[in-house]
Write a protein that binds this ligand. Structure first.
Ligand code: MG
Length: 456
């Protein structure tokens, strides 16, 4: 049987790869999975083809006797919160998240708003590849689509309710927000206003061509936001991805910080604020600084394989205060068990207000590592060989081997893992000195080259 779902939903180039025919068939498969009479909330981000795909998916759901509620454009975490709270058996979000503008896709959620498990995805795939069609008799097709309003407002108010609004307002802060021209435009500026924060927004008009920047928030794509923070004397900057479930911060000096750094600070803050098990979950691609910062504070760090759905489901099942990724995904357990970019922003402001210090001072509490990320073309066998080689060479070190191999040294860490989405082996490393960083990365590169038999 074929595989339809990647690590985070189904993705393809809108119109040519992700066609309305495919969306209809997928809608039928998802509808069969939920079953007739179930209630499903459907939303979309700003992307081209969003309504084309949403309407085809809705048609498929209706053909399986599902009752459909449509919210139009909405951040993914807002849809997920509504699914969790509302009378829904599931949710479907039409989005390709952080992918380049030409992509679209869908994420499928269960009744708790959490994306389906791999086992559940397999059931949907079985229906899809067997061209399932229930062909219900006409009387079963009486449901009409109900349009839902007010969901984004409820979402924003819920987030405001989680933090100390008055202390945040007293900061008198200015915050730069870069909405990536997508659905965070509908929520984050409103959230900041309700928190009493003056907002300087860039790329916060909806535009499916993403004229401002690529939808993935990175130090590179957030250059303009960072420059604006510095020139406008703002306290903080934030950049979201295409469906607003991630947040990457810029400190008051205009420095962009990867998501594991902010998540380490926020996890400790959240553990002080909420009564939840003192445990966090993060993918092996996060920096070991997370452990160095949190463990002395009595918070256990559990390393998992890479993937946001796995993280969400592990936190949900095992319990803890948070789960997060270096790419900006942050799951706050007392709020909901999915990544939420706006919640992460509100929590960051809450931390700044509680400590009364600038973000640059907060980030300076973390160990200073120099990072390197690279990838090398490799077949599955070559990647596996490289992972084995690194395991052997660094046999004397603490290792985690749940997803590639992660090596923990005194003054460095390194992850070598086969990519889940492309034929490459990824090497990520951090060290306290440039020299050490180059030394360990070069060792890994030699092993990769040996496994490739000298091929480039
Ligand atoms: Mg996303």
């Amino acid at each position: 049987m074929g595989k339809l779902f990647g690590t985070d939903g189904v993705r393809g180039i809108s119109g040519t790869e992700f066609t309305p025919e495919m969306a209809l068939r997928l809608g039928r498969a998802i509808g069969a999975f939920y079953g007739p009479g179930s209630r499903v909330l459907v939303g979309r981000d700003v992307r081209a083809g969003g309504d084309m795909i949403a309407n085809a998916v809705i048609s498929g759901l209706l053909s399986e006797g599902v009752k459909v509620y449509y919210v139009g454009m909405i951040p993914t975490p807002a849809l997920q919160l509504a699914v969790k709270r509302g009378p829904y058996e599931g949710g479907v979000m039409v989005t390709a998240s952080h992918n380049p503008p030409e992509y679209n896709g869908i994420k499928v959620m269960g009744p708790e708003g959490v994306e389906l498990s791999r086992e559940e995805e397999r059931v949907v795939e079985e229906y899809y590849f067997s061209n399932h069609a229930s062909k219900l008799e006409w009387r079963s097709l009486t449901y009409s689509v109900e349009v839902r309003h007010g969901i984004i407002e409820e979402y924003v108010d819920t987030i405001v309710g989680h933090v100390d609004r008055d202390s945040i307002a007293k900061l008198g802060a200015r915050v730069v927000v870069d909405c990536a021209n997508s659905v965070s435009s509908l929520s984050t500026p409103t959230l900041l206003r309700k928190l009493g924060v003056k907002t300087l927004s860039i790329n916060c008009h909806l535009d499916p061509e993403f004229p401002g920047r690529e939808p993935e928030p990175t130090p590179d794509t957030l250059k303009e936001a960072a420059a604006l923070v510095a020139s406008a004397g703002a306290l903080l900057g934030v950049g979201h991805d295409g469906d607003a479930d991630r947040a990457i911060f810029v400190d008051d000096r205009g420095v962009v910080h990867w998501g594991d750094r902010s998540a380490a600070l926020l996890s400790y803050h959240a553990s002080q604020r909420w009564d939840a098990p003192k445990r966090v979950f993060t993918g092996v691609s996060s920096s070991t600084l997370v452990e160095e910062y949190l463990r002395p504070k009595g918070i256990e760090v559990v390393w998992t394989a890479v993937g946001s759905v796995l993280l969400a489901r592990t936190l949900w099942k095992e319990g803890g205060i948070a789960a997060f990724e270096e790419n900006g995904g942050f799951i706050l357990s007392p709020h909901q068990h999915v990544r939420d970019g706006a919640m992460k922003l509100a929590l960051m402001l809450d931390l700044i207000a509680a400590e009364g210090v600038k973000p640059s001072e907060l980030f300076s509490r973390l160990p200073r590592y120099i990072s390197k990320k690279t990838k090398v073309k490799a077949t599955r066998e070559e990647a596996a060989c490289a992972v084995e080689g690194v395991k052997e060479l660094f046999a004397g070190y603490r290792q985690i081997t749940i997803d590639g191999v992660k090596v923990f040294g005194e003054d460095f860490w390194m992850l070598v893992r086969p990519s889940g989405t492309e034929p490459v082996v990824r090497i990520m490393a951090e060290a306290l000195s440039e020299e050490r960083l180059n030394e360990v990365v070069n060792k890994a590169m030699e092993i990769v080259q040996r496994c490739k038999g000298g091929r480039q």
